[in-house]
Ligand binder design. Structure first.
Ligand code: NAP
Length: 409
C-alpha cells in the first residue's frame, strides 16, 4: 500500500476522536456501504485578439483544517503523488451546487451565498433515507469512483449507495430510463458515454461547454429532470497549489480530448497567456484552436504535431492529457522524452493527469530533472468532491476521499 502508514494511523485516530466527540463512530476501511494522423511538421500559431476575458469571480476559499497539512507534507508519501503539493491548499471551488445557466458564460458564478459549512464544521448526522448514486460507462472494472464517493458520503453522514453499472453505449437509453425511475439522486458518467449522455439531459451546466463532455448528472427529486455538469475543470485546477501563479503563464498541453479541454477551461479562467496544443490530428486541432480563440479571445492558441520534437523552452506548465503512460498497454511510455523535458525552464511544473499508475514515466523524468510535478490523483478526487457538492449541497472531506482512493489504487 502506498499510503504512509504512520500518518494514516494518526489521521484515523484524530478522525475517530473527532467523530466520537460528535457521537458517531469512525468508519473502518471495510465499513463502506458498498453495493456493490499524422501530417507533416505543421506549426500553426493563432494570435490573440484584443478583447479581454472578464475577470472570473471567485467564491471565498474554504477554511482549512490544521491536520490537512500534516497528512500531505510527509516526504514518505511521495507515492501519494504531487511533490509540489508540500502544503495543502483548499480548492477555489464554489460552496453551492452550480445553478443551471441563465447565460452562456461558462464562468458564471452562483450568486447565492454558501449554504453549507466546510466538512470539519458539519456534524455528521446519519440520514435515515438511503440516497442512491451510480457510475455508468464501459468498461468499469478498474474504476476507483466507488471508494472515493462512499468515503465522501460517509464523511458528511450522508447515507448513500454508489453502484458501478457497466453500460455499453447501446444500453445507454435503457440505463437512463432505469436511473430516472428507480429513485436515484444522481450519477457519474465516464468513457465512452460522456458525450452521448447529453442527448438524454434536460439541462446542461456551462461547466461542460468547452469540455464538451458530461461527467456528473443530478436527478431532480421532484421532476426527475436530468441536469448535466462537468467537474473535471474544477478538479484539474484544485490540484494545483494556490501559490503556483497561473496568471500570464505559458502552457503546453499534450492531447486535445476531454481532459485537455477541462484543463483549457480551468487555465483560461486563471487567465494564462498562451496555450499550445500538441496533437496527432492537426486538422481537428486547428478547428479546436479556432473555437478556443473565439471563446477565449485574449489567449494565444498554438497547434503543434505531437510527434515532432517539442521545444518547451517558453513553457511554464506542461500538461499530459493523453493516456500515454496509463496502466494497461500504454504503461511505461512517455508522451514527452527526456531531451524534450530538458528544454523546460527549471521552475516549470509538469502535470500528468494520469492517476494510475501514480508515478508515470513522465513523472519519473520530471523527478529526475528536479522539476515540480503533479499526478492525476488529486484531480480525480477533487472532481468527485465537486460532484458530491452538486448532489448534496454539502462539502465532503477531501482527505477521507483521497485516502479511500490511495488505499485501493
Ligand atoms: P480522450 O478524450 O480520449 O482524449 C485523449 C487524447 O489523447 C486525444 O487527444 C488523443 O488524440 C490523444 N492520444 C491518445 N493516444 C495517443 C497517442 N498514442 N499519441 C498521441 N496522442 C494520443 O481521453 P480523456 O478523457 O481526455 O483522458 C485522457 C487521459 O486523462 C486518460 O489517461 C484519463 O484516464 C485521464 N483523465 C484523468 C482524470 C483525472 O481526474 N485525473 C480525468 C479525466 C481524464 P486523438 O484525438 O488523435 O485520438
Amino acid at each position: 500500500m502506498a499510503v504512509n502508514k504512520e500518518l494514516l494511523e494518526r489521521y484515523k485516530a484524530m478522525k475517530a476522536a473527532k467523530l466520537a466527540q460528535q457521537g458517531t463512530s469512525e468508519h473502518p476501511k471495510t465499513g463502506f456501504a458498498a453495493l456493490s494522423q499524422t501530417q507533416t511538421s505543421t506549426q500553426t500559431t493563432y494570435n490573440s485578439y484584443s478583447q479581454p476575458i472578464p475577470a472570473p469571480t471567485v467564491a471565498p476559499e474554504q477554511n482549512q483544517s490544521p491536520w490537512q497539512t500534516t497528512y500531505i507534507q510527509d516526504s514518505n508519501t511521495t507515492e501519494i503523488s504531487n511533490n509540489y503539493n508540500s502544503q495543502f491548499t483548499a480548492p477555489q471551488s464554489f460552496m453551492t451546487p452550480a445553478p443551471m445557466p441563465e447565460s452562456t458564460d461558462i464562468f458564471s458564478t452562483p450568486t447565492s451565498a454558501p449554504t453549507s459549512a466546510p466538512a470539519q464544521y458539519q456534524t455528521p448526522i446519519q440520514e435515515q433515507t438511503v440516497k442512491k448514486f451510480a457510475l455508468i460507462g464501459y468498461p468499469l472494472e478498474h474504476s476507483m469512483s466507488e471508494y472515493i464517493h462512499l468515503a465522501g458520503f460517509k464523511s458528511m453522514g450522508v447515507n448513500a449507495t454508489y453502484e458501478i453499472l457497466p453500460t455499453p453505449p447501446e444500453e445507454l437509453s435503457d440505463r437512463i430510463k432505469y436511473l430516472r425511475t428507480n429513485g436515484y439522486s444522481g450519477f457519474n458518467v465516464t468513457i465512452p458515454l460522456k458525450l452521448p449522455v447529453t442527448l438524454f439531459l434536460d439541462e446542461i451546466d456551462p461547466s461542460s461547454s468547452v469540455v464538451n463532455a458530461i461527467n456528473t448528472v443530478m436527478i431532480d427529486p421532484q421532476t426527475n429532470a436530468l441536469r448535466g455538469y462537468n467537474t473535471d475543470a474544477k478538479g484539474f485546477i484544485s490540484a494545483i497549489p494556490q501559490d503556483f501563479a497561473l496568471y500570464g503563464k505559458t502552457v503546453a498541453i499534450l492531447g486535445t480530448g476531454g481532459a485537455a479541454r477541462a484543463a483549457i477551461t480551468a487555465l483560461a479562467q486563471k487567465q494564462v497567456k498562451e496555450i499550445s496544443l500538441y496533437t496527432r490530428n492537426i486538422a481537428n486541432c486547428i478547428e479546436l484552436a479556432d473555437y478556443l480563440r473565439k471563446t477565449f479571445p485574449n489567449i494565444t492558441f498554438n497547434a503543434y504535431q505531437i510527434d515532432q520534437f517539442k521545444d518547451f523552452s517558453n513553457v511554464n506548465i506542461l500538461v499530459n492529457a493523453t493516456p500515454i503512460g496509463m496502466s494497461g498497454s500504454a504503461v511505461g511510455y512517455t508522451p514527452a522524452e527526456e531531451d524534450e523535458l530538458r528544454t523546460l525552464p527549471n521552475d516549470a511544473l509538469v502535470y500528468d493527469v494520469i492517476y494510475n499508475p501514480k508515478k508515470t514515466n513522465l513523472i519519473r523524468l520530471a523527478q529526475k530533472l528536479n522539476l515540480k510535478y503533479i499526478n492525476g490523483v488529486d484531480m480525480l478526487v477533487w472532481q468527485a468532491y465537486e460532484a458530491q457538492k452538486i448532489w448534496t449541497g454539502r462539502t465532503p472531506d477531501f482527505k477521507d476521499m483521497k485516502i479511500a482512493l490511495l488505499e485501493n489504487l
